[in-house]
Design a binder for this molecule. Structure first.
Ligand SMILES: [Cu+2]
Ligand SMILES: [Zn+2]
Length: 174
């Protein structure tokens, strides 16, 4: 039994070494005035299934939140659709290097930055990993990762860009 556990541990260490391309992204609350307090980190790891993002976040509203890679490495405010100052506008749109102009979720051939929703538990913590098959750690570097107030319909219908609405938290992958 001891030998079995030791072998298993060695296998896990080996697997970890194979996925060495790790990156930690610090996430902050954002509002129309700028970047606020830290709410924790995202661990980014390359796996056989794609980019795995493991959240270690606390202090978010419970429920599912739209979660995307946005183009610009900037979480600052800007002018929203109605011209009023709004949170996270400086991050630009969803990462879309092929210029598809389509929000289709993590399995579709639209925005490459579309991720599975971030799930926040009743205590405000997010710990459940999401996997993005089309992305790698290297590709996300130089962009931002955004959390929205609402969920994600993985489509531009009935609401455009998944319908997540306001941008509430953000971090830059450096
Ligand atoms: Cu977004
Ligand atoms: Zn999108």
């Amino acid at each position: 039994m001891k030998t079995y556990i030791a072998t298993l541990a060695a296998a896990i260490v080996t697997a970890g070494a194979a996925y060495a391309a790790n990156e930690t992204v610090t996430m902050n609350m954002i509002d129309a005035n700028g970047v606020g307090k830290s709410i924790g980190t995202l661990d980014l790891t390359d796996t056989n299934e794609g980019l795995r993002i493991t959240p270690h976040l606390d202090g978010l509203p419970p429920g599912d939140h739209g979660f995307h890679v946005h183009v610009n490495p900037n979480c600052g405010p800007g002018n929203g659709p109605n011209g009023q100052p709004a949170a996270g506008i400086a991050a630009g749109g969803h990462y879309d290097p092929a210029n598809t102009g389509k929000h289709l979720g993590p399995l579709g051939n639209g925005h490459k930055g579309d991720l599975l929703v971030l799930t926040v538990d009743a205590s405000g913590k997010a710990t459940k990993a999401v996997v993005a098959p089309h992305l790698t750690v290297a590709e996300v570097k130089g962009h931002s990762i955004m959390i929205h107030a609402g969920g994600d319909n993985y489509s531009d219908q009935p609401a455009p860009l998944g319908g997540g609405g306001a941008r509430i938290a953000c971090g830059v992958a450096k």
